[in-house]
Design a protein around this ligand. Structure first.
Ligand SMILES: C[S@@+](CC[C@H](N)C(=O)[O-])C[C@H]1O[C@@H](n2cnc3c(N)ncnc32)[C@H](O)[C@@H]1O
Length: 288
């Protein structure tokens, strides 16, 4: 039998189809409230009275609504995804929730969140979003497994940005999609702003170690372009294991006569973990 192809997690068509065929909320890796302490600490550490939050690749996660509760105000939250289908669903759910009579004794959070279609790898989409949200003004980026999906895609030729790079037309610059993501997010985040990422990978930001960029270029003079080093714009401040929430015990087929072993049989199961990362935006400017 030919091997089954893994789903194309970096393809818009895959996500549009998934969100069109089920509108039930779904959370990847960890539940929405698993990020509470990280988000609250970042909101508190923000120098601005109202922390501006960019939730990337929100999908149908409950986290969009949890952020509204944690921030205490909804207008400063942008839930974004490149799937228009899920963005429209999210907006409709918020409208429906607001139409319900308020719960007695429950403090209502004011305003409405922003629901915006944003392709994190598209120069055009980032430029339009910058114009809409007043440039590099975000204090906090929230990313639950969106980097994971993006990392499944192919390397990309660097488009448009990097206006400071000389004679761009003579160059062919290829970057890993996560490096493109890091450069694009650097354009949207103020200096000192944070990027909280939850990932299944123990080395999601390996390219931030100096000298490990996937960058290649073919310029006439072979010169290097340090403007494209994501490590100039992001510093890894913190990384921690998050243990995967307990799953119900399953019987395991031993392959021996008598079939499956019972849930009581000791079974070796490797510890499953995810990782939380906090990255901090440096004060190095990146040309729009
Ligand atoms: C693994 S899911 C995570 C969804 C949600 N954050 C969660 O925790 O349940 C990845 C999400 O990233 C979105 N995505 C993938 N590539 C993207 C891109 N280039 N720009 C914006 N969103 C993207 C997908 O549409 C999907 O909603």
């Amino acid at each position: 039998m030919p091997p089954t192809k893994p789903p194309a997690f970096s393809d818009l068509a895959y996500w549009d189809n998934r969100f069109s065929t089920t509108s039930t909320p779904f959370d990847w890796l960890v539940s929405a409230n698993a990020l509470d302490s990280l988000v609250v600490a970042s909101i508190r550490s923000s120098s601005r009275e109202r922390c501006k939050i960019l939730h990337i690749g929100c999908g149908s996660s409950e986290l969009s609504f949890r952020l509204g509760e944690l921030a205490g105000t909804r207008e400063n939250i942008w839930n974004t995804d490149y799937s228009r289908v899920v963005i429209e669903q999210g907006r409709a759910i918020e409208e429906k929730l607001d139409a319900r009579p308020p719960k007695i004794g429950h403090e209502e959070v004011s305003g409405r969140m922003n629901w915006t279609v944003l392709d994190l790898l598209s120069d055009e989409s980032i430029t339009a979003f910058r114009a809409e949200t007043q440039s590099e003004s975000f204090d906090l980026i929230v990313d639950k497994s969106t980097s994971d999906a993006i990392s499944c895609g192919p390397d990309l030729p660097l488009p448009g940005h990097g206006a400071s790079i000389p004679s761009r037309s003579t160059l062919s610059i290829i970057l890993h999609p996560l490096e493109v993501l890091a450069l694009n997010l650097a354009r949207l985040t103020r200096s000192g702003g944070r990027w909280i990422c939850i990932s299944y990978s123990s080395d999601r930001f390996g390219f931030l170690h100096p000298g490990t960029s996937s960058r290649t270029q073919s310029g006439h003079d072979g010169s290097t372009f340090c403007e494209l080093e994501a490590s100039r714009y992001w510093r890894l401040e913190h990384k921690e294991e998050i243990e995967v929430e307990a799953q119900p015990e399953r019987a395991v087929d031993s392959g021996l006569p008598g079939g499956g072993v019972t849930a009581k049989t000791p079974v070796f199961r490797p510890k499953e973990v995810n990782y939380s990362y906090i990255l901090v935006r440096t004060d190095v400017l990146l040309e729009p």
